[in-house]
Design a protein. Structure first.
Length: 432
């Protein structure tokens, strides 16, 4: 049954298991060349990675580094990569429904560099007229100039790493500026017309009090945000905060009961403020943020990854761009060779897992999308989930309760293990 000894907090805790099974290195037949010569079918997004930040936050382990002189030319590398990949039929055969600039901090690029990247995307790649154009940023980098360029070039979604408005906690996390400044700046940005503005919120940081939490939640309810992603603080090994706690300079994080109490409070206060669940770690105001990027990714659509350190997937090719410019700009094919070909079994489990990120699994929809009868595959497990209060009783779908959302990634991990077992037995192999 589900392992409750530790709370898994990320979707990657399940996908990591998947990567160990049902993938293989593309053989000499070269899957990539064949793919790029064909036509695209699945929904698709573009992801551009800008692996630079002005200051490293104490908790962060994302793929980023402090800004260096390299940043002067970085946008040109991305533009070159766009031009190279744009010549393939597969890339041109279908419109992209989402563009996502992530990092690091994409707005470490200057306004004119952002312009060059976005213009190159519009010029060389097929973009749907209704596409969601999303940019991550810190508040400090949202200068007038950058905001003007983002607006002019159709950016219609902002994802801003606020993390907290509490000064004590901002200090612990290494965030710049006070909470009061952050709240004011956020409102200025929204008032400019960025109505689909989202923030990240971190909870369960060292010695977080309920009063501090309420301060964050009241401000969130007062500011006209479209949505927020909320994460329980993960102490990544090697991060500055992890070291500070290990050295006794900061108190340890609270245990699971406290974490759950904070989680419940977030749900309660933000539901009262009009938010509803989009993903296990994402609340939105109805109709305000579709978050197409994650909808495409969770439903195993294509993700054209551009830039150093970006990971993507085209067809059944799962790849990582690595951190060497040479790999991005190699002549043929214009796609990183650091990748694995994934099997149909991988696709099925990945789709089920991705769907579970939305807090519900419709058995018929899963069967139509994957040809796999999930309900028939794990009937007793589904009954057990409901009996434990982790899902609602239903014959047609799995709907997580609030308790189930809290343990959502544990449930996803357990389901992944069960499905891996089923598929391995079916294939008569012990993974590859
Ligand atoms: S949290 Fe965001 S701004 Fe802070 S170091 Fe990580 S990527 Fe950079």
């Amino acid at each position: 049954m589900i392992d409750f000894s530790k709370r898994y907090r990320s979707h990657h805790d399940s996908t990591a298991l998947l990567k160990e099974a049902f993938t293989r290195k593309p053989g000499p037949g070269n899957y990539i060349q064949g793919l790029l010569a064909g036509e695209a079918v699945k929904p698709r997004t573009i992801y551009v990675h800008i692996p630079y930040c002005v200051k490293n936050c104490s908790f962060c382990n994302l793929n980023r580094t402090l800004i260096t002189e390299e940043l002067q030319d970085y946008h040109r590398i991305i533009v070159e990569q766009i031009k190279k990949i744009a010549r393939y039929r597969y890339i041109q055969s279908k419109g992209f429904e989402s563009i996502y600039l992530g990092g690091g901090t994409p707005t470490t690029l200057a306004a004119e560099q952002l312009r060059e990247v976005l213009e190159a995307i519009y010029t060389y790649l097929p973009i749907d007229p209704q596409a969601e154009i999303s940019v991550e940023s810190s508040l400090s980098e949202l200068s007038e100039e950058r905001l003007a360029v983002l607006q002019e070039l159709g950016v219609n979604r902002l994802s801003i790493g606020v993390q907290t408005f509490v000064d004590r906690a901002r200090n612990i996390m290494g965030r710049r500026g006070s909470g009061e400044w952050a709240a004011e700046k956020l409102q200025e940005v929204i008032a400019l017309g960025f109505s689909n503005t989202n923030i990240d919120l971190i909870y369960n940081y060292p010695e977080q009090t309920m009063a501090e939490l309420s301060n964050d939640l009241e401000l969130i309810n007062r500011i006209d945000l479209a949505g927020l992603s909320f994460y329980s603080l993960i102490l990544h090994r090697g991060s500055r905060l992890d070291q500070e706690i290990a050295d006794g300079l900061r108190p340890r994080l609270a245990g699971i009961d406290r974490e759950k109490a904070i989680f419940r409070e977030i749900f309660q206060q933000l539901r009262a403020g009009g938010y509803g669940l989009l993903e296990l770690t994402k609340l939105v105001k109805p109709g305000r943020d579709q978050y197409k990027y994650i909808q495409i990714k969770n439903r195993t659509g294509d993700c054209l990854a551009l830039g150093l350190g970006a990971g993507g997937r085209l067809g059944n090719y799962l790849y990582y761009n690595g951190m060497q410019k040479g790999l991005l700009l190699q002549p043929e094919p214009a796609l990183s060779p650091m990748g694995r070909e994934i099997s149909e079994e991988y696709n099925i489990i990945d789709r089920i897992n991705g769907e579970l990120q939305f807090g519900r699994l419709d058995f018929d929809q899963i069967a139509v999308a994957t040809g796999f009868d999930l309900k028939a595959a794990v009937p007793e497990w589904l009954v057990e989930l409901a009996a434990m209060g982790l899902s609602k009783k239903s014959e047609t779908e799995l709907v997580l309760t609030d308790e189930g959302v809290f343990w959502g990634n544990n449930i996803g991990r357990e389901l992944t293990l069960r499905l891996l077992d089923i598929f391995k037995k079916k294939k008569g192999v012990e993974g590859k």
